[in-house]
Design a protein around this ligand. Sequence first.
Ligand SMILES: [Zn+2]
Length: 119
Amino acid sequence: MSSEPLGGYPDVELPDGFASSTSWERAEREDADVSPVNRVEWMVRVGNGALHRVVFALDGGKPVGECDCLGYKNRGWCTHVAAMYQRYVRQEIEVADVSEPVEAENARLWVKYRRGGQA
Ligand SMILES: [Zn+2]
């Protein structure tokens, strides 16, 4: 399986056709509500659409996403997963790496939090 690079972010690879899909375009165009449920699950609503549960995480530094919607089931990608990728590459969300021990992740998040001067 080959993949296409995401413009401006050469280290993020997407499934074939994803970056030129209407799902991707819609996620870029419409506002999305993204809220974390736990370490790897998020509730995502794009535009006026339905709320969907998305699994989005890193696996050894590589982003992986999965959604419970019909679009994802049919194509292997969807607007909700696209919205997550877009937030990830813009560094708007903190994404867990499932290959990293939870303790290491917590330590890293703690340092980041302290650096933000909010503690
Ligand atoms: Zn979806």
